[in-house]
Design a protein around this ligand. Structure first.
Ligand code: PLP
Length: 418
């Protein structure tokens, strides 16, 4: 195992690391702790990940593909990180293909299987764009979800023909946090389309679920470092033995010819340290953060008239950190602006490059109309979240919604309205 340097300690309920003090970048003169409720977009770097990376940003620097001692040391670091990732996912070290992140891993899964074995491709209607767009590129079809956002097994049964080559089903959704029945679906696929590969995007699940059990039935698994407290720009695709797969990138033939390009050694080492730290505290953090999330949900639902918890209540299988609400009569963008002003960082849906808020395909797939969907709010807690964050969110969010409702009420009534 890798000799990662331990995190710097800290007394966060059952956790072993201390979160960073998140300061408002525009108000450095008046330091203020931010309430960061956007862990589904990205997580703060874990101290264990930073400590593991630092030597590789300084005195250690080799190219793992070389033939001398500096290169060998880098290769050893990458191999040790590979062991850690394999242990976290429950696969052989040789099944791990390091990538530039979750997007590349998802693209490689869909396009790589299609190139190796052309045929019909399916994905759930709520996949991340990193899966949806490549599935669209190969003329794939989507499979419906129910009103909770869970894959509809009858719809899958109808769509599965024996010639299907790939089914992509994420382990947990990035907007609503709903956990998908990957194991059950993999079993159905084995019976109905024995030649098909199941790909699961475990990017959001990796912090919270034991992947060794959750994705055991999947031939391909995508993970991303920055969702588990590792650095951005690194991830992995797990390709179990026998999975038909062609590379996206051609070049020096690194990663068993599956992913050419010089390794991001610092990133890979940081990702492994983050996964290891997340696994060590998973149960305690999930219980602690799940409690915070439930208190937040109850407080907001009782303080905001008409607010609806997306995908139903406690009965829906959900990641412990995610709370998604739809708030009638407001626009998400206006709410996020007020929250940001008050030092609360949240989002409407997934982060996208343009920053533009588009209608969510996830909410549409669940049958949520554009009017209610326009007031979507995703609050995602993580290992740095505290009771104080929840207290502040419970003060700030209902007040911001009330302000927006007040603004709307003051608008002139349309002609004919009493
Ligand atoms: N898949 C899911 C479910 C995600 O939430 C994300 C990121 O938001 C990605 C894939 C893309 O991962 P990355 O940011 O590492 O490219």
């Amino acid at each position: 195992m890798m000799a990662y340097r331990a995190g710097r300690g800290g007394g966060r309920g059952g956790g072993c690391e201390t979160g960073p003090v998140l300061e408002h970048p525009d108000r450095r003169d008046r330091p203020e702790r931010l309430t960061y409720l956007d862990h589904a977009a990205t997580t703060p770097l874990r101290p264990a990940a930073r400590d593991a990376m630092l030597p590789w940003l300084g005195e250690r620097f080799g190219n793992p593909s070389g033939d001398h001692r500096v290169a060998r040391a880098a290769r050893q670091a990458v191999d040790e990180a590979r062991d850690v990732v394999a242990d976290a996912v429950g696969c052989r070290p040789g099944d791990v293909v390091f990538t530039s992140g979750g997007t590349e891993a998802d693209n490689m899964a869909v396009r790589g299987v299609h190139a190796a074995r052309p045929g019909p491709v399916l994905c759930s209607a709520i996949e991340h764009d990193a899966v949806r767009n490549p599935v669209g590129l190969v003329d794939g079809k989507t499979v419906a979800v129910d009103t909770r956002g869970v894959l509809d097994l009858d719809a899958l049964d109808d769509a599965l023909t024996p010639d299907v080559t790939l089914l992509a089903l994420m382990a947990a959704n990035n907007e609503i946090g709903v956990v998908q029945p990957v194991e059950e679906v993999a079993e159905l696929v084995r019976r109905r389309a024995p030649g098909a590969v199941v790909h699961t995007d475990a990017v959001q699940a990796a912090s919270w679920l034991d992947l060794r059990a959750t994705v055991a039935g999947a031939g391909l698994v995508a993970v991303s470092s920055h969702k588990v407290g590792g650095p951005q720009g690194v991830g992995a695709l797990i390709a179990r033995p026998g999975t038909p797969l062609r590379p996206l990138l051609l070049g020096g033939g690194q990663e068993r010819e599956l992913r050419s390009g010089t390794h991001n050694v610092a990133g890979i080492v940081g990702m492994a340290a983050a996964l290891q730290a997340a696994a060590a505290e998973r149960e305690a953090t999930a219980a602690r953060v799940g409690g915070l999330r439930d208190r937040l949900a109850e407080g907001l639902l009782s303080a905001i008239p008409g607010a609806v918890r997306t995908g139903g209540g406690r009965g829906t299988p959900r990641l412990p950190g995610t709370l998604h609400l739809c708030i009638p009569g407001i626009e998400s963008e206006a709410l996020l602006f007020l929250l940001d002003e008050a030092g609360v960082c949240a989002s409407a849906a997934s982060a996208c490059a343009s920053g533009a808020h588009q209608a969510s395909h996830v909410l549409a797939a669940m049958g949520i109309g554009p009017e209610l969907g326009a007031g979507a709010l995703r609050l995602s807690l993580g290992w740095t979240s505290t009771d104080a964050d929840v207290d502040r969110a419970l003060r700030v969010i209902p007040a911001a919604v009330a302000r927006l409702h007040g603004v709307h009420d003051r608008r002139p009534a349309p002609a004919g309205r009493p």
